[in-house]
Design a protein around this ligand. Structure first.
Ligand SMILES: [Mn+2]
Length: 467
C-alpha cells in the first residue's frame, strides 16, 4: 500500500478515510493521515488571488470596484459589464468570483471538447467524503456532455461513514485492485485502454496507486481538481487547484452554482449528490468549524437541495466490532506522560486501518490529555505487506502536528518524511521493509510488534520529555 492522500492530517484536511490528512484542511475524524507526507515535501503553490493582477489606477482592484458598484446597477463610471459576474450572482460577494467564472468556463470547454468520451475518475486510495462526493458531481456534470465516467479507487473504504456514504446513497464508486499495482495485466490494460482520459479529483495522482496504471495505458489527463498544495506532476488539459480552499466540495458546489449543472429537487440523484457534497464539505472543514466564507456559501446553496435525514443516517453509521476492539486496545495500552496519551494497538487488518485515527480522536478527549498518538502494524493480507501506521490528534494550540511528526520520525533514505500534519491532526506511515510479512510463529510475531512498539515510543519520547 502506499501513502495516500495528502490531504488529511498532514496537511490540513480531513475526512474519513484518507490518509490524506496531511495536506488538506481536514477533519479529524477519519483517517486521513498520511497523505500529508507526500505533500509536505512538495511545497506549496497554488492559486493566487485571481484578480490581484488587475489593479486599476485608483488602487482598487477591478473586481472590488465592480462590487462596490453593485456589480451592475450603479451609474457612476461605467463598469465593463464583462467584469460583472454573469452566471453566479450568489457568489458575487466572494473576492475570487472571477476565478470561479473562468474556471467554470474552461471546464465547460474542456468537457465540450470531449463529448462522447469515456473517462476514468481516479481517487486517492482511501477516498474520503470530499473526494467521493466530488467525483459523483463530476460524473453528473460530464453526463450532460455525453461523457461517461467511472469512479475508481485502488485501496479501500475504511471509515464506517464512508462505507455508509457509498451504500446508503448508491454512490457509484468502485474499488479497483491489481496485484500490487505494478504490472498491468492484459485485462487491466484492456480496461484502462477503453477510456479516452482520466480525471483526478481531490488528489493529484500522488496518493493513488492507479496513476501508474493510467500512465501505462497512456491515458491523457483531462482534469485535475483539488485543494491540496500543487504537486505539479500531471499536465492536465484543465486544472483547478486551490490550496486555500478547504474542500474540493466547495469548488464543485461553485461549479454547480455557476451553471455547470442545474440541480433539481425532484431528481433523486441530484438530491443525493447534494447531500454527499454537504457531507464532504462538513467533513473537510471539521463540521464547518474551520469553514471559510466560501464554504458557508456553498453549504447554504446545497441546503436547498440536500436531504438532512439521509446525511444524518450516514453520520450515524456504526463502527464495526473490530474497530471497537482497536479502540478498546488503545484505551487499555495507552501510556500517559506529560499530557500525552500514547498507545500502540498491535496488528490490525488493512480494512480496519481507519480505527487508528478514530482511536486517537477518542484518546484525546481524556481529562488532562492534550495530545494522543495511536499506532499499529497494518497488514495487507492480499499483498503480504505490513506497515506501521499512526495518527496524532492534539488540542494544544502550540503543538504543530506537522512539525511534531517530522521531527519525531524524520525522513526515509530518499528524503521523504514518514508523515506530517495540518491543524490539530497528523499521521505517519513507516514501511517495515525486510521485516514485513506474516510469520506463523506467534512468538516471532509478538517480538516483532514489541520491537516496533518500543522504537516508536523511543522516537516520541524525545519530544514528549524534552530535556
Ligand atoms: Mn478534500
Amino acid at each position: 500500500m502506499k501513502l495516500d492522500s495528502p490531504q488529511s492530517e498532514l496537511s490540513a484536511e480531513p475526512p474519513p478515510d484518507s490518509p490524506a490528512e496531511l495536506l488538506q484542511p481536514e477533519l479529524l475524524q477519519q483517517d486521513e493521515d498520511l497523505s500529508a507526507t507526500t505533500s509536505t515535501t512538495l511545497g506549496t503553490t497554488t492559486l493566487g488571488t485571481p484578480f490581484s493582477a488587475t489593479t486599476s489606477s485608483n488602487g482598487l482592484t477591478i473586481a472590488s470596484a465592480a462590487l462596490l458598484n453593485g456589480g451592475s446597477s450603479g451609474q457612476a463610471p461605467e463598469e465593463d459589464p464583462a467584469l460583472a459576474p454573469r452566471s453566479i450572482p450568489g457568489l458575487a460577494i466572494l473576492p475570487n468570483w472571477r476565478l470561479i467564472e473562468q474556471k467554470t468556463d474552461a471546464l465547460r470547454q474542456t468537457l465540450e471538447k470531449h463529448q462522447g468520451d469515456r473517462q476514468l475518475i481516479l481517487l486517492q486510495d482511501f477516498p474520503d467524503p470530499d473526494a467521493l462526493s466530488c467525483a459523483w458531481a463530476y460524473k453528473l456534470i460530464a453526463a450532460q456532455f455525453d461523457i461517461h465516467c467511472d469512479i475508481l479507487y485502488g485501496g479501500t473504504l475504511s471509515h464506517q461513514e464512508n462505507i455508509a456514504l457509498v451504500k446508503l446513497m448508491g454512490l457509484p464508486a468502485q474499488r479497483y485492485t491489481t496485484q500490487s499495482g505494478k504490472d498491468l495485466s492484459t485485462s487491466a490494460k484492456e480496461k484502462f485502454a477503453s477510456y479516452q482520459g482520466c480525471v483526478f479529483i481531490d488528489n493529484q495522482g500522488t496518493t493513488t496507486q492507479l496513476l501508474a496504471l493510467a500512465q501505462q495505458a497512456n491515458l491523457p489527463t483531462i482534469a485535475v481538481i483539488d485543494h491540496h498544495s500543487s504537486q505539479g506532476d500531471l499536465k492536465p488539459e484543465f486544472a483547478d487547484i486551490r490550496a486555500q480552499t478547504r474542500a474540493t466540495a466547495t469548488i464543485f458546489t461553485q461549479y454547480l452554482q455557476a451553471g455547470l449543472l442545474k440541480l433539481d429537487n425532484s431528481n433523486n440523484e441530484h438530491v443525493k449528490c447534494a447531500t454527499a457534497l454537504m457531507h464532504g464539505l462538513r467533513s473537510d472543514t471539521n463540521r464547518l468549524m474551520q469553514a471559510q466564507e466560501e464554504d458557508f456559501l456553498a453549504a447554504g446553496y446545497l441546503s436547498r437541495f440536500y436531504d438532512a435525514q439521509l446525511l444524518n443516517a450516514v453520520l450515524q453509521a456504526s463502527r464495526s466490532k473490530r474497530v471497537m476492539d482497536v479502540i478498546e486496545r488503545s484505551l487499555r495500552n495507552r501510556v500517559l506522560q506529560n499530557n500525552f496519551s500514547i498507545a500502540g494497538v498491535g496488528y490490525l487488518r488493512y480494512d480496519d486501518r481507519d480505527a487508528i485515527p478514530q482511536a486517537a480522536d477518542f484518546l484525546v478527549t481524556e481529562e488532562n490529555v492534550h495530545t494522543a498518538v495511536v499506532y499499529g502494524i497494518v497488514r495487507d493480507e492480499d499483498e503480504d505487506l505490513e506497515i506501521v501506521i499512526g495518527s496524532l490528534r492534539t488540542n494544544k494550540l502550540t503543538l504543530d502536528p506537522d512539525e511534531f511528526i517530522k521531527e519525531a520520525f524524520g525522513q526515509d533514505p530518499h528524503g521523504r518524511f514518514f508523515g506530517g500534519g495540518r491543524s490539530m491532526a497528523g499521521g505517519f506511515e513507516i514501511p517495515m521493509g525486510f521485516l514485513s510479512g506474516f510469520n506463523e510463529n506467534p512468538d516471532y510475531t509478538r517480538i516483532k510488534w514489541e520491537v516496533f512498539d518500543m522504537q516508536v515510543k523511543q522516537k516520541l519520547s524525545r519530544l514528549v520529555n524534552p530535556q
